[in-house]
Design a protein around this ligand. Structure first.
Ligand SMILES: [Zn+2]
Length: 290
């Protein structure tokens, strides 16, 4: 190799090295630019995310501070548990609202339903069969008749509480004749007083003296204001729910009675959440007594 070749070799090597270095530098610059762009993009996104978060927070604060105006208190009683153990009774056990379930003694599912209602968090009362002005059948071992002695009435009321021990009170099933009878209602009231249980007057006759008799005896009591399902028609039940809500708004408190029936269940499933959202409170009857 001569001297010239050697120099040329070095020059060529230098040129290549310079090109290589330049290439590295260029790449590095590109990477830096890319990183800068990405950083900017991330900052923009972060900024947006923070804005959205603060907007959401503002909204939830607004939601929390937007108070629903209180409208009134409703006591909802469902009568006639004990006859059936099916999808309808099960549907009622699915409510998450405080309700009072009245179980009629002397039927196939009386004890079972008392236990189930209590287990699912409902208030349980005895739905006591009582004599009407027309002749009816059923509950022969439990029905309270004006022809019975005080001892017989006492024994029947005691037996009902033995069958449904979860019960904290009582209301009347039918009973247009018995609830007009001072002696019968006094006999009933004396047992309830002994047991510290309450009596809700279902008011199946306008001449009832049940509530008044209980007050005289010192038994906690209240009265039914609206029957929800005397008619099984969906529109009629809805109208009765409206009436119950209006009464609660007007008087502060109103007690409504419905029954373990399919259409009643359907209407209440829809209406209870609506009423709660619009400012009505649902309470057990035990907290609405005088
Ligand atoms: Zn009934």
């Amino acid at each position: 190799m001569n001297k010239f070749d050697f120099k040329l070799g070095i020059i060529v090597a230098l040129i290549f090295s310079a090109g290589f270095l330049l290439n590295i530098l260029q790449n590095k610059n590109q990477t830096i630019n890319q990183l800068e762009q990405e950083k900017e993009q991330i900052l923009i996104e972060l900024d947006d995310a923070l804005k959205i978060k603060s907007q959401k927070q503002k909204k939830s604060v607004k939601k929390r501070t937007k108070k629903v105006k209180y409208q009134g208190t409703i006591g909802l009683v469902i009568d006639d548990f004990g006859y059936r153990n099916d999808a309808v009774s099960e549907g009622f056990l699915g409510f998450k609202t405080p309700m009072t379930y009245a179980v009629i003694p002397g039927h196939q599912y009386s004890s079972l339903m008392g236990g189930e209602a209590k287990k699912f968090g409902f208030e349980v009362i005895i739905h006591m069969p009582m004599e009407t002005h027309i002749i009816t059948k059923g509950e022969e071992d439990f029905i309270l008749m004006t022809s019975q002695s005080d001892e017989e009435i006492t024994s029947r009321v005691n037996n009902a509480f033995k069958q449904i021990p979860q019960a904290v009170g009582m209301n009347n099933h039918q009973g247009s004749k018995a609830t007009e009878d001072r002696r019968v209602m006094t006999a009933v009231g004396n047992v309830l007083k002994d047991k510290s249980k309450y009596f809700l007057d279902s008011r199946t006759t306008k001449n009832t003296i049940a509530e008044e008799t209980m007050s005289l005896l010192g038994v906690s009591t209240a009265r039914r204001k609206v029957f929800l399902d005397n008619s099984d028609n969906l529109n009629d039940i809805n109208r009765q729910v409206d009436e119950l809500a209006n009464s609660a708004k007007k008087d502060g408190v109103a007690i409504g009675i419905g029954h373990v029936k399919e259409n009643t269940l359907a209407v209440l499933k829809k209406r209870i959440p609506e009423l709660e959202k619009s400012g009505y409170k649902f309470r057990f009857v035990s907290s609405l007594l005088h």
